[in-house]
Design a protein around this ligand. Structure first.
Ligand SMILES: Cc1cc2nc3c(=O)[nH]c(=O)nc-3n(C[C@H](O)[C@H](O)[C@H](O)COP(=O)(O)O)c2cc1C
Length: 453
């Protein structure tokens, strides 16, 4: 019997969970978001579940306005810097992949190339970089700008940024550092390849001061939902976080994104699409729904409205909670997260009240809510019908929702032959079935030789 398609699973971890009221739950530990021991425990739990990767989202800014409301839902207000965090987690784990977000709008390529190469070395080949262009003006203001540059410009810059980073990762061939004491030679000069880049945004003339990393290049993650974002992902990404809240949307996204790859000379299997989902497990479906409802009730109304206003990029705080939101409140264009914007705009067009929209809004994730069997059924179905290659699970309340998933759903997925019983490889690329990229300079030289032959 041929082996069933295997799913990839990533864990998106915010300290107490990704739910807007997670820090208020009984199990939530105060100060977890700056407690490295806590993150190590979460990563070890995810590794017990044999997940492909453990992932930390990020934005380089605390919010500085509306602080009373933010104090009721402190997302990104008090967090460890994610690459630093993952270096510490690397020492407490052995197999699980380690992914972090870093923004192409607010770093220089050399810094990012160096940081992620270091993480790949420190973790023995488990690093992944989530390439984002950032999506809030608070971050822009920390880096000399009043607001984020337009969406299209951010992606043009991201493309140049990533190309420079990849060139830097290839600025040494594998095996360049030989440390040959007998000949008094630590490295082979001919294996260094100078990067000489002069572009619209960056000028880099040099080589990375670290040898090529275990994975050749860390894995590139992306979450583009817009047209520009999808093209960027189709050209460069190896893992994409899908942000479709339902099965039809996810199938459409999957077909569209994989379909775009050929024009960049890539094969569909070079990219794994992990649909963003949240999971709530109960002994019965009703119990799971009641659990979710009780969590939704914890969201302070001001927080619900602020989250909508932030992602719709307009202030909704003066509107009555129990009336439909007028359609004219939808801005003409979005400059931040287009998927989130469209989800909210869609609910406004359906005539839902502000209170109901705030309650239903799930930042473009599908919510798998039910028994272990139902959740495994949904995951199996999404995989089978071509909606995804795996899942990026936002654990809404921690540690309970990840513990439940690891102890109950993972064994069921394993029983169905859909998920590994143990890691077979050492690196994240091996877990995901992604090839180790050849050094571009070696490939170009081989091509040159082949042409001459
Ligand atoms: C699972 C997931 C995780 C994400 N993590 C981050 C993050 O850490 N930081 C960030 O600025 N954006 C994050 N995003 C947002 C995306 O990078 C992107 O801005 C969004 O999907 C909209 O795509 P677009 O820019 O093509 O419109 C995430 C999206 C998803 C689905």
């Amino acid at each position: 019997m041929s082996k069933k398609k295997q799913m990839a699973i990533g864990a998106l971890v915010h300290a107490n969970g990704s739910h807007a009221a997670s820090w208020l739950m009984d199990e939530a530990r105060p100060h977890a978001s700056t407690d490295i021991d806590y993150y190590r425990e979460m990563a070890q739990l995810a590794e017990r579940g044999k997940f492909d990767f453990f992932f930390i989202a990020d934005t380089p800014a605390a919010r500085t306005e509306n602080l009373k409301v933010w104090s009721r839902s402190p997302l990104f207000m008090n967090v460890l810097e994610p690459i630093t965090l993952l270096c510490a987690v690397a020492g407490a784990t052995t197999r699980i992949g380690l992914g972090a977000t870093a923004s192409t709008s607010f770093y220089e390529p050399y810094n990012i190339a160096r940081l992620f190469s270091s993480l790949d070395h420190i973790s023995h080949g488990r690093a992944a970089w989530n390439v984002v262009t950032s999506a809030n003006d608070y971050a822009a203001r920390n880096f000399g700008l009043d607001r984020l540059p337009p969406h299209a410009d951010r992606y043009t810059k991201a493309k140049e940024f990533l190309e420079v980073v990849e060139a830097l990762w290839d600025s040494w061939e594998d095996g360049a550092f030989v440390y040959d004491k007998a000949t008094c030679q630590s490295f082979l000069p001919e294996k260094q390849h100078l990067v000489d880049h002069k572009g619209k945004y960056f000028t880099v003339h040099g080589a990375l001061n670290i040898e090529r990393s275990p994975q050749g290049r860390p894995v590139i993650i992306q979450a583009g939902a817009s047209d520009t974002g999808r093209d960027f992902a189709a050209e460069h990404a190896e893992v994409v976080f899908g942000s479709s809240g339902n099965l039809d949307g996810a199938k459409g996204f999957y077909a569209d994104l994989k379909g775009r790859m050929a024009k960049f000379g890539r094969r569909p299997e070079d990219l794994k699409i992990c649909s963003g989902i949240s999971v709530v497990i109960g002994e019965s479906e009703q119990e799971a729904r009641d659990k979710l409802e009780s969590w939704q009730d914890l969201i302070h109304p001001d927080v619900g409205v602020m989250r909508l206003g932030q992602d719709l990029e307009t202030d909704l705080s003066d509107l009555p909670l129990d009336e439909p939101v007028p359609e004219h409140c939808i801005p003409k264009t979005s400059n931040h997260h287009q998927a989130y914007f469209n989800e909210i705009a869609g609910m406004i067009r359906q005539g839902l009240t502000l209170r109901d929209i705030a309650k239903r809004y799930n930042r473009s994730k599908a919510n798998f809510c039910g028994t272990v069997q139902q959740i495994a059924d949904d995951m199996e179905h999404w995989l089978e019908v071509g909606a995804c290659d795996g899942f990026m699970i936002s654990f809404v309340a921690l540690p309970s929702t990840m513990t439940d998933f690891v102890e109950k759903v993972v064994p069921e997925l394993q029983r169905r032959g859909l998920f590994r019983h143990d890691y077979e490889g050492r690196t994240l690329r091996e877990h995901l079935g992604l090839a180790r990229p050849e050094n571009r300079n070696v490939a170009a030289a081989a091509q040159g030789l082949a042409k001459r032959a």
